[in-house]
Design a protein. Structure first.
Length: 162
């Protein structure tokens, strides 16, 4: 029987990013994340939002070597992002009681807020995926301005490439 541990969420940061560096030179970025489930109330017939809050960790490692740096520099409380990752169960003991909590360990992140026009560093935005290309992230974002993926300048003219 096969197992799959993959999560894809779109939501907003609930607090600013906190980072911690390791002696080996690595880094982890931690932040709170909220997603909303919409459901229709059976009694009133009104749509209601049901928020879910998740702790997220992002590491600088592997093919995502600078992902924690990107999150630290570009994401703030309220930033909208898409996260792909895995669920991880943290377990610890406090005051003689065993405790546990699920968190999301991100493999890739896509910034969904528009990039500011003045090019301010540290502001949310981008629209490009971080931490993976077609192999790990799937979608590679919209084509660059001034052209499209077929090289006809986005004019819609030219031959269809298939």
């Amino acid at each position: 029987m096969a197992n799959l541990n993959k999560v894809i969420l779109v939501g907003r940061l609930t607090r600013d990013v906190e980072t911690r560096s390791f002696p080996s030179g690595g880094m982890v970025a931690k932040f709170g994340f909220a997603v909303t489930n919409r459901r229709k109330n059976a009694q009133t017939g009104q749509w209601e939002d049901e928020p879910m809050f998740i702790d997220v960790e992002v590491y600088n490692r592997g093919e995502n070597g600078k992902l924690a740096d990107l999150v630290r520099d570009r994401c703030r409380k309220g930033s909208q992002i898409l996260i792909e990752g895995k669920l991880h169960l943290d377990q610890w003991e406090k005051d003689g009681q065993k405790r546990s909590k699920h968190k999301l360990v991100a493999d890739s992140i896509q910034l969904l807020d528009p990039r500011p026009q003045d090019g301010t560093a540290g502001a949310p935005g981008g629209g490009r995926p971080a931490g993976g290309g077609a192999r790990s992230g799937g979608y590679s974002g919209p084509p660059d301005e001034g052209g499209d993926e077929y090289g006809d300048g986005g004019s819609g003219g030219g031959d269809i490439p298939f």
